[in-house]
Write a protein that binds this ligand. Structure first.
Ligand code: GLN
Length: 304
């Protein structure tokens, strides 16, 4: 298996030159574009790793899966989806354009910035507590108490995050957000700056695949309905406005982030973490997509 993973990495290395690091968050430009790593964990306890699998990177939009999970645990499905929709969108992940339509429409889904800022606002707690609860959840699910956030990336996001700020204030004016907007944004910027490795992501993917069971505990930490909602939303919205083509060509419920990570989850089977920081036009890891496509084909993982 490791040989196959190394071969897949080598086959996709050439894609890096067609991509670029995210530059709208200046601290992300410090990433090494040549890093490529994979970790796979299956339900039988097998772990396979290759390349730069232990390299740290910021979780970015992949945190949206976990903030949705925490918001659902805290509020239930009905309340959360009063504030956001379940629908894929053809707009880029950082759009705010439809939020200002004359008739009020909800943020399309929780995997793009607007929807995710709402889910973050729905996490119970004041100030730091909101972030700390989310961090604890990620540590618990990834079974890694050392996970923390990157202060430099956090400050860089905060400094350059005016578009997120604009959409958050717009959403407050339209009744989708309650509470202190700067406080909520602070949590959002910090959650995007949480540092993980492909191993942490494979663990999170496996946890969702395993219907919310941690490897050491039998009892799910929340109900199975939440796992099916997360998996469905990852499959339909997780790769932003590329989600349809991704579903058709890869067929693995996934979530990407502009740090270059992709998290994959295959129900009842496995979790996948991939890292390669050069991005395509949609903000997805360009080589990461190639790797997922090859993995899906070679290991017969397409769920559709
Ligand atoms: N922190 C990033 C932002 O808010 C996350 C976006 C992403 O990963 N697509 O713009």
């Amino acid at each position: 298996m490791e040989n196959l993973l190394n071969k897949i990495i080598d086959n996709n290395r050439h894609l890096i030159k067609n991509g670029a690091l995210a530059d709208y968050i200046p601290a992300l430009l410090q990433a090494n574009p040549n890093h490529m790593g994979i970790c796979i964990m299956d339900i039988d306890g097998n772990v396979y790793k290759a390349g730069d699998y232990s390299e740290k990177f910021t979780i970015q939009s992949i945190s949206k899966v976990m903030s949705l999970m925490q918001a659902l645990i805290d509020n239930g499905e009905d309340y959360v989806f009063k504030k956001i929709d379940y629908e894929p969108t053809e707009e880029p992940f950082n759009t705010l354009f439809k939020l200002d339509f004359p008739h009020t429409i909800k943020p399309s889904n929780p995997m793009i910035n607007s929807g995710a800022i709402v889910t973050t606002s729905l996490i119970k707690g004041e100030g730091e507590e909101r972030f700390n609860r989310l961090l604890e959840l990620i540590r618990r699910v990834a079974e890694n108490p050392n996970i923390s956030y990157n202060e430099e990336v956090y400050l860089s996001e905060k400094e350059t995050g005016d578009k997120n700020r604009a959409m958050a204030y717009l959403m407050k004016s339209r009744g989708f957000i309650e509470g202190d907007v700067e406080d909520i944004l602070d949590t959002y910027f910090k959650q995007c700056s949480i540092e993980v490795t492909t191993v942490d992501m494979a663990k999170i993917g496996l946890f969702i695949a395993n219907r919310y069971r941690l490897s050491k505990e039998d009892k799910p930490i929340c109900n199975a309905k939440i796992a099916s909602i997360l998996t469905a939303i990852m499959a339909t919205c997780g790769m932003y406005n590329f989600s349809g083509e991704y579903a058709a060509t890869v067929g693995i419920p996934s979530k990407s982030g502009v740090g270059g990570g992709i998290l994959g989850t295959i129900p009842y089977k496995m979790g996948i973490g991939i890292f390669s920081p050069a991005l395509d036009q949609y903000g997805n890891s360009i080589a990461g997509y190639g790797i997922m496509k090859d993995l899906s084909k070679e290991l017969n993982l397409n769920i559709f």
